[in-house]
Unconditional design. Structure first.
Lengths: 128, 128
């Protein structure tokens, strides 16, 4: 069985290292990258590479939870962007699909943003 | 090995069915539920049950992708809220942690919202 969790971790650590050669080696030529929140899609490894190489900011990615089942994997990761006015940080998720040889054929990112909680029943919730 | 993917699917389908008895049976007494985007935490199955039973709106959940590895699982699901002025729908994710007997000890929800894409390099992106 393909160790999709290990490949997913490598996907994130090679991105963090800007090791574009090792990162590209994980991807199919015709990989599809989707961002459902903005309804954006990129087709092909070459375009996806440019997207990442030109992504603005001093960004850093740290895996928190990785789950793989032989066909797919998910990485729940922390991201951090260093800025002169102070770092910005939150969590995000990337879902990966693999072919039978362990090559990534589809990548889907979710970038959840902080929001103010709505009214809740009293006494149930603690904040951190 | 615990089939955490099957248990995760049952977690979502019993929620969708408002089958509170079957849903509660999946959870540890001291389950912890967290919403990182709002920094909210609920401790205990009883409080988490009230939270869900009183959650406003005619909400519906449909699994899209489930990945489990024997210790954890994730469900990428579609949610829909029926409203007189029109349905609202998007995707969300729930991460589950299990103990050695397959009981859920921790639940973490992410509710990513749609947003307008920033400027991107030209010619890379299609929208859907």
């Amino acid at each position: 069985m393909i160790d999709t969790a290990a490949l997913a971790e490598r996907f994130l650590t090679t991105l963090e290292a800007r090791n574009w050669e090792a990162w590209q080696a994980l991807l199919a030529d015709d990989v599809v990258y989707e961002l459902p929140q903005t309804r954006e899609r990129i087709r092909g490894r070459a375009a996806y590479l440019i997207f990442n190489q030109t992504y603005p900011g001093d960004w850093h990615l740290t895996p928190k939870v990785i789950i793989g089942d032989g066909r797919r994997a998910v990485i729940w990761f922390g991201w951090l962007v260093r800025r002169p006015e102070g770092d910005e940080t939150a969590d995000a998720q990337v879902f990966l699909e693999f072919d039978d040889t362990g090559v990534i054929t589809k990548v889907t990112d979710f970038w959840p943003e902080p929001y103010e909680p709505p009214a809740r029943p009293e006494g149930l919730i603690e904040r951190w």
